[in-house]
Design a protein around this ligand. Structure first.
Ligand SMILES: Nc1ncnc2c1ncn2[C@@H]1O[C@H](COP(=O)(O)OP(=O)(O)OP(=O)(O)O)[C@@H](O)[C@H]1O
Ligand SMILES: [Mg+2]
Length: 263
């Protein structure tokens, strides 16, 4: 099985066949051990033996107890962390496949610009940038006009329940939940083909959380593949197509589809 995948990565004609399938990301047996150099090189297990795949238009929810490695897995896919061993095969729309576990830094930066997005729990923007500008900027960077981008940003902020009086203020002054909604709007205004979401509804009330989930479901219809971390079972059942329960090395790993669980 593994051999076949490796061959496909390098063989020309087979790449065309891959572009016709629905696969977006194929994670095989990845692990991460942190070495704390300032603590006598103590080793901390981030996660190990993790394998799953995500198709276009599909949401995979990562579940598991605190500290089991869910956020670290997203960071490994985004290549904030290097992993060892295993492979993280990203299937591009042109049919080529890139191993995110081993590709070069410039390729990683290119993919982040256009194809892989990460909505973290915390908003990072420069001071003096307004909420509208913060949300519009990914669209402007893609070459869209300021006016169209601002209109789209205003639409999204409104959809997520941000009051209009806040649009022209720095989001750094916003409440935690408001900042999180600005962060989500920014992450989805020009949605990348694979979206990583680390607890996107963590500090939101029920109504705001509902709006975010609806937005994510719209993205699925646009064929965006997503991997999300949610702690609430109800939310997972609503938005996810399948779950991957991250466990410590000595426990068995389980994957299940939401439909199967409900049946
Ligand atoms: N940069 C790092 N350096 C050292 N250890 C780290 C680092 N990042 C994560 N870890 C360790 O890896 C383990 C997994 O952390 P991670 O943040 O991925 O867990 P999580 O499942 O997302 O937890 P939570 O649900 O609480 O957010 C933890 O034991 C953590 O201490
Ligand atoms: Mg986490």
């Amino acid at each position: 099985m593994k051999k076949m995948k490796k061959r496909n990565m390098h063989a020309g004609p087979s790449l065309i066949r891959q572009s016709e399938n629905r696969m977006k990301l194929d994670v095989q047996n990845i692990g991460k051990t942190f070495t704390l150099h300032n603590r006598n090189s103590v080793q901390v297990c981030g996660f190990s033996n993790v394998s799953f795949s995500v198709n276009r238009g599909e949401m995979l929810a990562l579940t598991g107890p605190s500290g089991v490695g869910k956020s670290s897995i997203l960071k490994a896919i985004y290549r904030t962390y290097l992993t060892n061993p295993g492979s993280i095969l990203f299937h591009r729309t042109d049919g080529s496949v890139i191993n995110l576990a081993s590709c070069g830094e410039s390729q990683v930066l290119n993919l982040r610009r256009r194809e892989i997005g990460f909505v973290t729990q915390f908003l990072k923007v420069l001071p003096r940038i307004t909420a509208l500008q913060a949300v519009a900027s990914p669209l402007v960077e893609l070459g869209e006009t300021e006016q169209t981008s601002s209109l789209q940003a205003a639409y999204l902020l409104d959809l997520l329940g941000i009051r209009e009086e806040l649009f022209h203020i720095s989001p750094l002054t916003f409440s935690g939940g408001e900042q999180q909604r600005v962060n989500i709007a920014r992450g989805v205004i020009a949605p990348k083909e694979l979206l990583l979401l680390d607890e996107p509804t963590a500090s939101l009330d029920e109504k705001s959380s509902d709006r975010v989930l609806e937005l994510l479901m719209e993205l699925k219809k646009k064929d965006i593949a997503m991997i999300g971390i949610f702690h609430d079972k109800g939310k997972i059942e609503r938005v996810a197509d399948k779950t991957y329960n991250v466990q410590r090395e000595d426990s068995p790993v389980m994957t299940s589809s939401i439909q199967q669980e409900a049946a």
